[in-house]
Design a protein. Structure first.
Length: 215
């Protein structure tokens, strides 16, 4: 059971995808789940839409409902959490739910990236409107601009990758999510990995850290 966190644009989602494949983990990506709820027009989707559009965090109570449902359906599975927890309250709740089932986290990987690089990268970020694959014109470009390598779908920009919203997401990250590093350090399970460089280089660094921990 481990988790990956980091500022927007650090490549959490992309790395979580390939890490889950390599280590045979079930990936739980909170941002993806929330976006799916919005696309489906569900009642949760309607409640979270405005928060996401503004780059704010979705209220913890809603997040806990989603996590609890997911965990109950996946109790015997090794999970990689991506984008959850996002604040200390969520981290404590995750510990509590896992402990109820005699489970605990073994690793919290923090991706680090300087702020100017974050803004540069987010401006290049796209995703496939059909299969959801993530791309970045700078660090992880598709073979043909605007077209998904995997399914040929059209690539779009996320509405919350707008510059004003990015600034707010960064502020929220610095104030609410970054303090998780101290918390996980106190539990002895925190590892920091630089997210500079392309997808393959960052993946290699993370794999070294994971393999070093579970040798
Ligand atoms: P992400 O795809 O991880 O960048 O998440 C996109 C947006 O979804 C965030 O900017 C938040 O508005 C919302 N979100 C994702 N995960 C959480 C969470 N654990 N708690 C609250 N809001 C979240």
């Amino acid at each position: 059971m481990f988790l990956i966190f980091g500022p927007p644009g650090a490549g959490k989602g992309t790395q979580a995808e390939i890490l889950a494949q390599k280590y045979n983990l079930k990936k739980f990506s909170m941002g993806d789940v929330l976006r799916e709820e919005i696309s489906a027009g569900s009642s949760i989707g309607r409640m979270v839409e405005e928060h996401i559009k503004n780059g704010a965090l979705v209220p913890d109570e809603l997040i806990f409902e989603i996590v609890e449902d997911f965990l109950l359906a996946n109790l015997n599975t090794d999970i990689l959490f991506d984008g959850f927890p996002r604040n200390l309250n969520q981290a404590l709740e995750l510990e509590r739910i896992l402990a109820q089932h005699n489970l605990k986290l073994s690793l919290a990987i923090e991706l680090s990236l300087p702020e100017d690089e974050i803004i540069r990268r987010l401006s290049g970020r796209t995703y496939c409107s059909v299969c959801g694959t993530l791309y970045n014109e700078i660090t992880n470009p598709p073979q043909k601009t605007g077209v998904c390598d995997r399914c040929g779908g059209k690539l779009l920009k996320r509405p919350d990758d707008d510059v004003a919203v990015i600034r707010n997401r960064l502020k929220v990250y610095n104030e609410e999510t970054r303090p998780l590093a101290e918390y996980y350090k106190s539990l002895g399970i925190h590892r920091m990995v630089s997210a500079m460089g392309d997808k393959d280089l960052v993946f290699k660094r993370i794999v070294e850290v994971i393999d070093g921990c579970f040798k």
